[in-house]
Write a protein of this length. Sequence first.
Length: 474
Amino acid sequence: MKILFVEPPKDVWFVMGEYLPPPYGIIQLAAFLEKRIENIEIEVLDCNAKQIDWHGLERHIESFNPDVVASSSLATCNTYAVVRTLEAAKKVDPGILTVTGGQHFTATAEESLGTYPEIDVIVRGEGEETLAELAVNADRRSAFSHIMGISFRHEGKAVHNPPRPLIEDLEKLPYPGYHLLKDIIHKYHFAAMAGRNTPYALVEGSRGCPYECTFCTQWRHWQGKWRLKSAKRIADEIEFCYTNFGSRFIWLTDDNFGAGSRARDLAEEIIERGITEDLMWFVQARCDDVINNKEALPRLRESGLNWVLLGVENSELSTLQSFRKGIKPQEAKDAVRLLKENDIFAHAMFIIGERRDTSESIARVRAFANELNPDFSLFSVLTPFPGTQVYEEARRNGWIEDFNWSHYDMIHAIMPTETLSTKQVQEELYECYRSFYGSWSRRFQGLFSSNKLKRRIYSYMARRGIIAQLKKLF
């Protein structure tokens, strides 16, 4: 049995500049299959890291001659790249079993199987156990009806098998298969955050989230459950990447880092390993969790936590309540202050384009961002990702004007508000960036900040002309 995992050729999200993340999802799956299945040959092809175009991908598929081609499918905006990858596999050999999964295809399984004949099987939800069973039965399609967690075509109709129960203990999973990328591991980087020459790795500390934000695909994808790895296991994985692959910038991929003893324990575990001198790690966190972790922040900083992305989302309490976010604007202020006091780079995310948004309410978001004054701000447009409550409501009410999945990247306006057209929402997004980064005093402070991360990112944004690129979208 030969399986080729493919990270397709695709464009980077220009707002964050030049970066090349390792394809974490497929190397996690590949490592699981290596452990579970005997006599299996696995290859991971990262077209971006190897600079392989679509023609090169076809040649590689032909050369490897796989039984199964599975394509990475992290985000909705990558849908067409996934389909084109599986189309390339079918072009080489129609008998290849083509597989994809992830949040978008899980949420759109019926529609995707009906639209894209290149897809043979969609692995819905958590992939490890399902893909392993599918791989063992890849040449016996009559067995597909018994495999939990897949959707496939039978006699021209989409068949959706019952969902598979989630893995109870994430610590039984193997470490991600970075060894499958050993010839290109040095190429992974995040230029804006850590510089182009700082080796970059991803580590997963949990799956899911206990919250139910209306715009988020995660909590439904993981069946409303939040499963955690222990602080020791997370630190073990960080040390594994640090020691074996030279990784010095680690993105802890958790959708919700959480609060309480787990954060303190992780800091102590990392410090105990003696790898903090040149380690930088990054997390996404809720504002209230930063506040609840305030006593642990000094040790977290000492452990190498240099950068935190805060889900501030909006300045309006009513909007936060409509998002079911469960925080208040004041908590954003407290969280930014606490991070700055502990020399941790404060990165804030804001969302505009909620149905009731007006030019006036978005102007208040801009003013709030300027008042908050985080080290770095990202503004995005509310995007109706399939699998979210926002999508269901928008689809039901006919608000969605753009069904081009490649535009579902949080910087294209997909739907209007009650008072603003999609073009006007797009213009408002540009104004948010211009307001925050157009300030000469903020630019000066950024370029000459005592915080080296802030200096780097402001210099990087200036060189890349990010704001000018945003203006081209409308």
